[in-house]
Structure formats: C-alpha cells, structure tokens
Design a protein around this ligand. Structure first.
Ligand code: ATP
Length: 245
C-alpha cells in the first residue's frame, strides 16, 4: 500500500529524517511511536506532500508520490487529519463533515448520502448533526474530523497524534473512531505519543528515533521488545516497565 524507502527530509539545512524505510500494509492500522522530536510528524508531512523530501521514495499502490503536491497526494487517496483542531466551531457537525467532500463531489445529494453512510460508523453524526462543532467534547470533535476525512472515501488516512490534548476519558472515543475509520475501508497510518494507546490499537508498529527506524514489527512484538524503554528513556533506566505510563 505505502512503501517508503530511504526517505530523507528536514527543515532549512537540517536533516530530520535520515533514511527512513517504512511499509504500511493494505488494511492495517500502523502506528509510528518514538521520543519527542524523533521525526514522527515529519514522516506524515512528507507523505502528504506538505514537506518535500530531499531523497527517497514514497509509493502508494505503486505510484510514486515523493515530492508531489498535496493535491496529487489527495487524488491518490491519501488524506491527513491534522494534529490541531481544524473544525469550524460555529458550523454544525453536519456542515463540517459535508465540507470534507466539496473538493471531489459537487452534488449535495451525493454528499448527503455519504454523510448518512458515515453516520453508521460514527454515531455522533446521527445523534447531533445540528450541534455546533464548538459545543462538542474534544474526543467528539476529533471523531467529526475523522468522519470529514472519510467523505473523500480515502484509501489511506494519516492521523497525527489523535489523542493529543485529550483527557483519558476521551481515549475510548478515539479508539472507537480509529476503528470506525478502519472498518470503513481505510488503511490507517498514525503517529502517537501515547505509546500504550497506540500499540494497543495498531496491528503493526514502527519505532522512530532521531530520524531513523530502530524497530519494526507487529504491535505485539514492539510492546514486548525489551529494548523499547531504552529508545524512550536511554539505557540508564533499564529495569523499568517497557511501556511508559
Ligand atoms: N516547520 C519546522 N521548521 C523547523 N523545524 C521543525 C519544523 N517542524 C518540526 N521541526 C523540528 O523537527 C524535529 C522533528 O519534529 P517532529 O514534529 O517530526 O517530531 P515528532 O517525533 O513528531 O515529535 P513530537 O512527538 O514532539 O511531536 C524537531 O526537532 C522539530 O523541532
């Protein structure tokens, strides 16, 4: 599905990604974890065309996308849900979600049919279609953002730290919403700072440290990896639990 090889990218004169290889299998939920500043969000920005890589290849279903525009990446079926709250607070849930489809679909009837379909996967769409987005909880807002991304019927959804800034009670909402994206037919590539959450939800995982892949495997393998804590905390803390609380 997504095949990244030898990816180098950075900002100004600084290289942040230094030869990243990553395979995202079709139908998977793949999670990238790693310490602050490892370059996790930079991987997503490079895939979505917001940042031009210096070197390397990003192929989606065999089509080379490295260095192309965000519009080209979108047309290839890859949609990114941004890290920051990107809903229009005064618009309703329904209008926020419908806006996600305006790029591709012109007919209001088609958009509304798709909305009704998505309400089956994301219950908030059916329960509170007329609520202003600003009146929802953080977890509910994130769910509406996911549903908006699904308006385009993407092949791949990129999630940049979906739990960022949310209270622990919202984690179950986000978990259900990521599963809804997945059951709606999207392959999911997510970046997550909450390692326990990310590895519990994903089926494949990659650990990035200082712009390089240091571990990759099934999420269960990464969870059980005895060196995982070294990546996050340094060898000095050997003996503490592998997954930070
Ligand atoms: N627009 C930018 N301009 C310059 N430097 C940037 C920019 N965006 C990110 N960086 C730097 O690139 C490095 C990697 O950032 P990135 O956001 O990819 O890391 P991350 O692994 O997602 O970290 P975090 O978990 O803290 O979000 C950091 O040192 C960051 O300061």
């Amino acid at each position: 599905m997504i095949h990244i090889e030898g990816l180098w990218a950075g900002y100004g004169g600084l290289d942040i990604l230094r030869g990243v290889d990553l395979l995202v299998e079709q139908g998977s939920i793949t999670c990238i974890v790693g310490p602050n500043g490892a370059g996790k969000s930079t991987v997503l920005k490079t895939i979505s065309g917001l940042l031009r890589p210096r070197r390397g290849s990003i192929a989606v279903d065999g089509a080379e996308l490295a260095g192309t525009s965000p519009a080209t990446v979108l047309r290839a079926g890859v949609v990114q849900v941004p890290q920051k709250n990107a809903l229009f607070a005064k618009l309703t849930v329904r209008d926020n979600v419908l806006m996600g489809g305006y790029i591709h679909r012109k007919r209001r009837k088609d958009l509304e049919r798709r909305y009704d379909q998505l309400a089956g996967q994301f219950p908030i769409l059916g329960e509170r279609p007329d609520a202003p987005a600003g009146s929802l909880s953080g977890g509910q807002r994130r769910t509406v953002e996911f549903a908006r991304a699904m308006m385009l019927e993407p092949k791949v959804v990129l999630l940049d730290e979906p739990t960022l800034g949310l209270d622990p009670l919202s984690l179950a909402t986000i978990r259900d919403s990521v599963r809804a994206l997945h059951s709606g037919g999207a392959t999911v590539l997510m970046v997550e700072q909450n390692v326990r959450f990310g590895l519990a939800l994903a089926d494949r995982a990659t650990v990035l440290s200082a712009g390089r892949v240091v571990l990759t495997g099934t999420a269960a393998q990464i969870r059980d990896e005895p060196d995982l804590m070294d990546v996050f905390f340094g060898a000095a803390r050997r003996g503490e639990p592998a997954i930070p609380e």
